[in-house]
Design a protein around this ligand. Structure first.
Ligand code: C5P
Length: 410
């Protein structure tokens, strides 16, 4: 059930006696690593208190559509966008009718219309209400709109009746909720990415750096979270915002990046070196700004550079290295140079791209890459860095699992 880890679930609670089971449902969801935001209808508050659900979900409960204070904290559209899954449990006959009718007359129905996340309902009502032809017609309409129904189950009811309409037990709801997410290829995997450029200080106002924007590394971090990984992003100075749900460690120089990588390497399963690390740094960082010397007619200035540590090679050289993926940004002989780096740096995979092409270069939103490994050579045609990141991670995930199986059987 790792599939619910790090997933954002909006749990809608409507006004039925089964609302008391929502408390248990939240406990199951959070135990499995999901983050839960609860939205209650006013009828639901008659059955269970918002305070209980707030305490269990560790988040304020959302109640009103027109509450300016709550909207300022997290508006209904923001909540709709935030969700990876919207689950309504219990879903009463009234709520299902309003949803089927397309009404948006409270926070929960509005959110259900606005969200693009999968929407699932766990119906709970009296057997007669469930069997009613109008309820059944509503169910059909909801199913046609790709809204999933979990249950209901059959059995004795709070009102004394026996029949269909009982809310599915929370354990079973959670199982079905997990099934909504494809088996994520990187679920349970710890993955570290380096991204962006490094800056090597010359004096208090100058540095050596490169044109890396960090876009590819950040797109990979975002796609890795989507694929279920726990992601640490060690980032050089960039101007793009950090993706959600990623632990970012900001660094400036190559040596700081080296330190941050090794200081956080414990438990990492995959390491992706996407940063454009400066190969050299000034041997000495001057404490005062370098001045043009008016008495010196020299047209040149010498700055002696020394080699920076090769971060990715130092990761591959660890006694128990993670699965290591490098990037080769080249301007010529792209595949040859990449294959050479794969061997020299003892990488498991390398992603090669031609940075001489401005359309797919460092700052561009697009890229076109080839990915090489011991038994792999695949070209991924030009696409946005976000689309490419998802494709790359599928390949990286597959190769990682093969590598891991080989390691375990060796
Ligand atoms: O040798 P080159 O810089 O072309 O190699 C590129 C790959 O090596 C990238 O994965 C980059 O992140 C990594 N690298 C590194 N530390 C360096 C230089 C490069 O991790 N000092």
């Amino acid at each position: 059930m790792q599939r619910l880890r790090n997933k954002r679930v909006v749990l809608g609670v409507t006004g039925g006696i089964a609302a008391y089971k929502s408390a248990e449902l939240i406990r199951h969801l959070t135990k499995l690593g999901a983050e839960v935001q609860v939205v209650m209808t006013s009828a639901a508050c008659e059955f269970i208190t918002p305070l209980t659900l707030q305490a269990l979900s560790h988040n304020p409960v959302h109640l009103d559509l027109l509450d300016t204070k709550a909207e300022a904290a997290m508006g209904h559209i923001e909540l709709a966008r935030w969700a990876d899954l919207v689950l309504v449990a219990p879903a009463t006959a009234d709520f299902m009718a309003r949803l089927a009718g397309g009404l948006a007359n409270d926070l929960l129905t509005t959110l259900c219309l606005a969200t693009s996340a999968p929407l699932c309902l766990a119906p709970a009502m009296n057997q007669g209400m469930w069997r009613d032809s109008k309820t059944q017609q509503n169910c059909q309409e909801l199913l046609e709109r790709n809204i999933r129904l979990f249950g209901p189950s059959d059995g004795s009811q709070a009102c004394g009746d026996i029949g269909p309409g009982r809310m599915l037990e929370p354990e079973l709801i959670v199982e079905q909720a997990a099934d909504v997410f494809e088996s994520d290829i990187l679920t349970g995997i710890n993955l570290m990415i380096t991204a962006g450029p490094t800056r090597e200080e010359i004096d208090p106002v100058r540095y050596i750096s490169n044109y890396s924007s960090g876009k590819m590394g950040y797109a990979l971090a975002e796609a890795a979270v989507e694929a279920g990984a726990t992601v640490t992003l060690v980032s050089g100075p960039v101007t793009i915002p950090a993706p959600d749900r990623v632990s970012v460690i900001d660094v400036t120089s190559a040596r700081e990046m080296h330190q941050a990588v090794h200081g956080n390497m414990n438990g990492q399963d995959i390491f992706i070196g996407c940063a454009a690390v400066s190969d050299y740094r000034p041997e000495e960082i001057l404490r005062e700004k370098i001045k043009k010397d008016p008495d010196n007619a020299s047209e040149t200035l010498d700055i002696r550079l020394v080699r920076n540590p090769d971060i990715i090679a130092s990761v591959s050289a660890l006694e128990q290295p993670p699965f290591v993926v490098g990037f080769a940004a080249e301007t010529q002989n792209v595949l040859n140079y990449a294959a050479d780096k794969l061997n020299r740096k003892q990488l498991d995979l390398i992603v090669a791209n031609d940075v001489s092409d401005r359309e797919i270069g460092f700052s561009s939103d697009n890229n076109e890459v080839a990915i090489l490994g011991k038994d792999l050579e695949e070209t991924l045609p030009r696409a946005s860095k976000k689309v490419l990141a998802r494709k790359l991670l599928k390949i990286i995930g597959r190769s990682y699992h093969t590598w891991k199986t080989e390691q375990e059987s060796a």
